[in-house]
Ligand binder design. Sequence first.
Ligand SMILES: [Zn+2]
Length: 281
Amino acid sequence: MKTRSTALWLTVGATALTLACAPAAETEDPAPETAAQEEAPESPPHWTYEGQTGPAAWGGLSAEFSACAEGMQQSPIDITGALAETLPELRAQFGEVALRIVHAEHVADAINNGHTIQVNYTEGDMLSVDDTDYELVQYHFHSPSEHTVEGAHFPMEMHFVHAAADGALAVIGVFIEEGEHNDAFDPIWNNLPQEQGVENHIGEVTVDVDQLLPANATSYRYAGSLTTPPCSEGVAWIVMTEPIQLSGEQIGAFTALIEGNNRPVQPLNGRPIVTDQVENS
Ligand SMILES: [Zn+2]
């Protein structure tokens, strides 16, 4: 394989995986008709991917969710018409860190997702984009994909959420297509929490984070938002052009637990989508 000018796409690191659960057990009413009055003032409102508290209603559920309805730079989007440019290089360095994985139905943290399987990072792994350093906070999964490419979904999408010291967020999106069995996901897939909020501590399991990502470092980039409430904008989106593969069995193991945790694509509103992908077809 040719070495690109990007010096280090991802530096391989084996990481210890410790399975844990949500820091505090959620005791949400499954049908919270009067939840607003019952919950503590700081508790964010219940939201879902369907029904009366689904994506079309998010912006009205809380003043703090207003960007979901009023924001002009929302995510996800349909990726089409990307402009070829020379982009600032991405560099990621993964070291030995302890991971925690959770099946979360609803999580309060703004950079956490509702209803997904999420692997939490505790320290140290960095993504650099140009001159900005971001720390990897967590990664999680959506099914089907949230972003689409020329209108088409992939079966799944991974999001690697990174935060800079000043709070700025960068998210790497990786599409997952059906193909070969992917051994790199075995440590995670063998330990998928079957029940929400259940704490599983499983000694130490190693995950090679580098192997979760595509070999090709080219990406689409645009300015967007969190794809879950509060839909905060100012997120630097980096969606990898090359999908990774999981087997149909692996995808099925995830969708047996969670399916339909994708926000519909949002209006582009004139935002540029740029890419360093080289067309060589
Ligand atoms: Zn996500």
